[in-house]
Structure formats: C-alpha cells, structure tokens
Design a protein around this ligand. Structure first.
Ligand code: SF4
Length: 327
C-alpha cells in the first residue's frame, strides 16, 4: 500500500471559451500522504478549485477538458475510472466541503434527511438506521441530534458549515477536500471549525486537502503545504520547511503580506506587485517573471524545473537551478 492516498501527476486542465482556451491547470503535481492534511495555497486563479473538481470528477465538459495527467487515488487512476465508479466514490471514499454551506445544502429538506440520504446512497442501511447515524454525525460536530428536524435556514453560518462537515464525514471517507471552508465565517467561528476539523481528522484518520488563500489558516491545520501559482505548483514541502525556509520569491512574498504581531515597530505590509498572468496568454518562461524582483534573463524564456531541496521540500525557480547565475 502506497504511503500516499492521492497522487496528482502532471495534471493539465483547459476550458474552451468563445474568447480562446483558458489554461487553468498546467502540469500540477503533488501527493497527499495518508492521514495527513495538505494545505493548498494560492491566490484566486491559481487553479486550486479546478484541481479539487478534477479529483472529484466534476470538471464540467464542455467547456472543461483534462488534457494530460494522472490522479491516482489509492493507486487507481480516477481519470480512467468510469462515471459509475466515480459516483460511487464521491461522498463515500472522497468528500468535498465548499466555501458557502448554503449553496451545498438543499433549503427544502431537513438537515437530518440530507445527511441520511448520503448514508443511504453509499451504505446498505435502512432509513431508520440512516436517520440514527445522521443524528450521531450531528453530535460528532457539536450539534444536538434533535436538530436533525431543522432546515438549513434555521442554522447560523458556522453551524451550517458544521452540518456540511457532518455530511462530508458521514460515510467515513478516506479523503476530504475542504475548499475555503472557513473563508465566509467570522474569525471566532473560523477557529472553532478549524479545531473541529483537526479533531475529526485524528478521530477518523481522514486525509485532507485544505484549500485556502490564507497562510495563517494553513499554519493552524496543515502538515504539508503546496503553493500553487498560475495552475502549477511552485513550491511544496512539510509545514516546518515552508514556514521556516520559504524559497520561492512568490512564497516569500506571501509571507511578506502577513502582519507581524510580535514586532514592536509599525511596518508597512509588503505587497506582491502586479497580477497573475492571463491564463489565455501565459508567458513562455517562469509564470511569476513579471512580478519577480529577482528575475534573470533565463526566467523570461525557460520554464524552471522542480528542484528538490531536501526529502520534503521542492521549489521551481531558476535561482536554485543554475546557482543563481544569469544566462
Ligand atoms: Fe523569479 Fe526567475 Fe525564480 Fe521565476 S524563476 S521566481 S522569475 S527568479
């Protein structure tokens, strides 16, 4: 048995639009070790959600098309699995939680019925047993089981997200993908949801991909960090390597945007100038080149390759490839 529950290898996804081809994912590769949480970080347009939808088999085609790559789940390539098998996996072995719980929950059914439906779809249990388990799951996420009879609008935002987590974990999946699950919540509720997810990960031994644009959230929950930019991974490693020794100029820029609450001096936050390149017109060399203060001539023409810094730490940048010499 592989030490990784999920291996994404060289994944590329395009969307054909009237204006041209949008290259949303460009050779994305990373692994999710069993029982660990991987924080997938990057700004809007980095390809985080498209990667998650590819794993779930939910890239809408047309206009989306997966042009290259493999997504190995427990050794099986999901891109070669048929729709029937993917449907069986979704909600059972792989679950996803979205940013806005109100769009994931059906407003006309009670939350108990919605969780019970997920259980009945994947497990051979009768309605009474599924409803009992739905109540059990609500209790697991800290909601009294009597509330199975309530509708989504009768819950607060934080409680709705707890309901979605209960639904996501109802069939004890091996992999949970959480797409910015705390972004729409206020800070105290965010902390409660993160604590809840950490506890549940240990209790159920679930592997998690936690998608976020916030490094502070990653520090709270992740064992490994994958930094995505313009549809590919530009740096990845264990949490300690990335937080103590970030190497890629973009990753260092992300840290520069964070306020330092321990500093006594008042300092202006650094910003990363410019914006992500147009996915319909990607530059030939390093995709970060136009925003990078350390760019060299080679960066404009040649895409950097993966450099393994140590066993757990990888960076894609010419600075570490040719000893930092300009060509
Ligand atoms: Fe900057 Fe060049 Fe490294 Fe890209 S490859 S991040 S442009 S130094």
């Amino acid at each position: 048995m592989s030490e990784n529950i999920l291996e994404i290898k060289n994944l590329s996804v395009e969307f054909c639009t009237f204006d041209g081809v949008v290259k949303a994912i460009n050779g994305m590769s990373f692994d999710v070790p069993r029982g660990k949480t991987v924080g997938l970080v990057g700004e809007t347009g980095a390809g985080k959600t498209t990667t998650a939808l590819s794993v779930m088999g939910l890239v809408q085609s047309p206009p989306g098309v997966i042009t290259e790559g493999e997504i190995l789940f427990d050794g099986e390539d999901l891109l070669k699995a048929g729709e029937a098998k993917l449907r069986k996996y979704r909600g059972d072995k792989i679950s996803m939680i979205f940013q806005n719980p109100m769009t994931s929950l059906n407003p006309v059914y009670t939350v108990g019925r919605q969780i019970a439906n997920v259980i009945m779809q994947h497990q051979n249990v009768n309605k009474a047993e599924a409803e009992k388990r739905a109540g059990d799951m609500l209790e697991v996420v800290g909601i009294p089981r009597e509330r199975t009879a309530n509708y989504p609008h009768e819950f607060s935002g934080g409680m709705r997200q707890r309901v979605c987590i209960a639904m996501g974990l109802a069939c004890n999946p091996s992999l949970l993908i959480a797409d910015e699950p705390t972004t729409a919540l206020d800070v105290t509720i965010q902390a409660q949801i993160l604590n809840l997810m950490k506890g549940l990960k240990d209790q159920y031994d679930t592997s998690i991909i936690f998608i976020t644009h916030a490094l502070g959230v990653v520090a709270e929950i992740a064992d490994y960090v994958v930094v995505a930019y313009a549809g590919s991974v530009i740096e990845k490693g264990d949490i300690k390597s990335i937080f103590t020794n970030p190497l890629h100029p973009y990753t260092r820029g992300l840290f520069g945007c964070l306020p330092d609450i321990e500093s006594v001096e008042s300092k202006r936050l650094q910003i990363i100038p410019g914006a992500m390149p147009d996915p319909m017109n990607l530059p030939p060399g390093c995709k970060f080149c136009k925003r990078c203060g350390e760019a060299m001539d080679i960066c404009r023409v040649k895409e950097p390759e993966e450099i393994r810094v140590d066993r757990e730490h990888m960076v894609k940048c010419h600075k570490y490839q040719g000893g930092g010499k300009d060509e």
